[in-house]
Design a protein around this ligand. Sequence first.
Ligand code: THU
Length: 276
Amino acid sequence: MKAETLLAAACASRLRAYAPYSGFPVGAALYTSEGAVITGSNTENASYGMTVCAERIALFTAVHAGYRDFKKLAVVAESTPPPAPCGSCRQVLWELAGDLEVIMGNLNGDVKISNLSALLPQPFGSDSWHNNPFSKEEMENNKENWRIAVSFHPVGYVISDYEKPQEIPSNYKELVSQVFIEPDLKDGLHRLEEEREINVISYLHQARGYTLKDRRSGRGNEIFGVFACRAPLRPNSIAQSTVELLDVNNNILTVRGLDLINGTPVLDIKTVMPRL
Ligand code: THU
């Protein structure tokens, strides 16, 4: 990620600052090793000392979302020279983000780049604390346990006559399509042909945006939460379709009743649990 791109994200985030007391909005953007960009802006309070800087808002938001490995931080404000993170932010960044690259920019386009270790020489960390009850190894394990950002490698994809979600006919229950499974995973299909119905778990790669509570066309146009319906627009665009299994030929499954477009990544195939 280029410095300008991360600075642009910080600049946009600055517009969401709550800074009525100082009148000094600041934006910050963190770049994670997974390639995610997480932003923050300063949030002030009538009890001035309660204010939290843009950098810590971005960092805490990112940690809460499961990110634990950070590469770069951009900070933007209207100041000359460009804003440098305050001492408290440097300390908190050191513990959670380590020696990341800090890109400081202002609205005139001036940019300064420094590493956190240069901004915070001789840092105080948990390893300087002799009675620390956690060993370094335990702290690292903790990081792994808390890490919830996930990525999947599809096991195959859908082959269908339809290229766009809106083209899928309403009588899709009758629709026959195919599921291509990666040839090197073929052994995983052993005895699948004994099933009459299967679950296809997929990723709706063309879905964009969602509402948590809305009228749901599939549920009589009444208002339901996203987790109380099967709406395709959801926080994680994962679909689960129970379909009739018509044929298993090598690594190609033929199914009836799949409402997915051509090329939809398939994440998993599972049998259907008989209802009690
Ligand atoms: N501020 C930041 O957001 N980041 C910094 O690194 C320095 C200061 C904010 C805190 C407060 O809302 C305003 O700038 C003035 O101090």
